[in-house]
Design a protein around this ligand. Sequence first.
Ligand code: CTP
Ligand code: MG
Length: 223
Amino acid sequence: MTIAAVVTAAGSGSRLGADVPKALLHVEGRALVAWAVSRLGEIAEAVVVTAPAAHLSAFEEAVDGAARVVAGGDTRQDSVAAGLAALALDDDDIVLIHDAARAFQDPSVAAATVRAVQSGADGAIPVLPVVDTLVTAPGPDGSVGDPVDREAFRAVQTPQTFRARVALDAHRRGSAGATDDASLARELGYRIVAVDGHEWGFKVTRPSDLPLALSIAAQLEAP
Ligand code: CTP
Ligand code: MG
């Protein structure tokens, strides 16, 4: 049984607005995708990165042999499917699906998702409590909606980890609109369990996320 991983990095990063694809952005001297691969590499034996088709060689340079690079697709779901296909998984393997944009996720979180699958879950995802007060979206006149009990909600991170046959089935039969891999699997009736996420698993999305990324990278680089 192999523990393998797909690192999705084929997005452009339009909200970040850098002049390179987001996963190539350098933080403390290393591209985000390289940070993601090296941290996940502590858990996964084989890693495939899905990159924008026009930037394959730049991604190969960035990961420097630590992962195989394949072209992603137009949506994250297409990119994950391309990564799964490239891994040539056996049904009983375990596969982690991770966003390069969550480059600093703590390896202990990935390990916890793997343990949950080894203990019998079909899949496992890291979640965190929601810190903000939540209300439903405002109506056309701008009036905010009802408050929502935030204790009833969790924010979802990656890696999302599955028995390989579950991930493959979810991507074969799941609906096109799902925003993550666990939702695809869950709608087919698979049992997905939650493990504790980590603050460092935040998704680098906007320019205001960069100071935190820099501060974490500096702590990791410190001797
Ligand atoms: N991703 C991907 N293929 C796509 C779109 C996204 O592999 N077609 C990846 C991104 O590279 C990222 C992860 O999915 O690692 C999460 O997506 P997001 O943070 O939304 O990244 P982008 O889509 O690149 O950013 P934006 O939405 O701001 O353009
Ligand atoms: Mg996106």
